[in-house]
Design a protein around this ligand. Structure first.
Ligand code: BTN
Length: 254
């Protein structure tokens, strides 16, 4: 129905009106054996999930609330790379649709004018040495107006419509995104992470800057050096010690 121009990404689309979370639906479909490239899209999520146990505000008809199922034959340590691939795909899709170039805040926040326009949540099922499946949840704020956001989100969240000045066709954006995602994912399986890493770094805001990373166990401040070939953030502290950060929220120092 979308008139897709992809080989496998989005060949099976489960499109729902209201769900708790498209991630939850995806978990069920993975269990039932859904194939690589299966997409779940909903018009509204009643309990959209964000990273670090946060909620994701997912009102009806205004955004893209979508989960993508992938089944790469890779070790679990490579999973963060798939989040970074997705971030690059979203940036390129927004660029193609609007001419605006968003920035990526490690690992997976996509910002326009310093405010969050997209979040990505990756959940994996794996055994010790292989990924069984990976579910990539993508939430894109497309047509919300500022007054649609709860008060507390207004200073930090935005939408494409707010920044671009007019509404966008969500189906068109999904189509473009799936093409980008398929291209980058195929490039990655073919040539490894290096070409993706270069693209990702070209869109990243934090590299070279002083940042604080808040992890579950504490915080680390220093200069963001870049990401490793596995997609792990490297921060050099004031003693010259380089820390590898797998999961955190980061804050840029002013
Ligand atoms: C974040 O920035 O914290 C990640 C947000 C991810 C939101 C998307 S919307 C589609 C999918 N379903 C969910 O419940 N969450 C993800």
């Amino acid at each position: 129905r979308l008139g897709l121009k992809t080989e496998f990404m989005g060949r099976h689309i489960h499109s729902e009106d209201v769900v708790d979370s498209t991630q939850k639906v995806a978990h069920r479909l993975v269990f039932e054996g859904a194939s690589e490239g299966t997409i779940i899209i909903a018009e509204e999520q009643l309990s959209g999930r964000g990273r670090m146990d946060r909620k994701w505000h997912s009102p009806k008809y205004t955004g893209i609330w979508m989960s993508v199922i992938l089944r790469p034959n890779l070790p679990p340590a490579k999973a963060p790379q798939l989040t970074l691939i997705t971030a690059v795909a979203v940036v390129q899709a927004i660029e193609e649709m609007t001419g605006m170039t968003p920035e990526i805040k490690w690992p997976n926040d996509i910002l326009l004018n310093g405010k969050k326009v997209t979040g990505i949540l990756t959940e994996m099922q794996a055994d010790a040495d292989r990924i069984q499946s990976i579910i990539i949840g993508i939430g894109i704020n497309v047509n919300q107006q500022l007054e649609d956001y709860p008060e507390e989100l207004r200073p930090i969240a935005t939408s494409l419509a707010i920044e671009y000045g007019k509404k966008l066709e969500r189906a068109e954006l999904i189509k473009v995104l799936l093409v980008k995602l398929e291209k980058l994912y195929s490039l990655y399986l073919d040539q490894g992470f290096y070409p993706i890493k270069l693209l990702w770094e070209s869109y990243a805001i934090s590299i070279g800057k002083n940042i604080t990373a808040r992890t579950i166990t504490g915080s680390i401040s220093g200069q963001a050096l870049g990401i490793t070939d596995d997609g792990v953030l490297m921060i050099e502290d004031s003693h010259g010690i380089v820390h590898h950060v797998y999961s955190a929220d980061i804050e840029l120092e002013k």
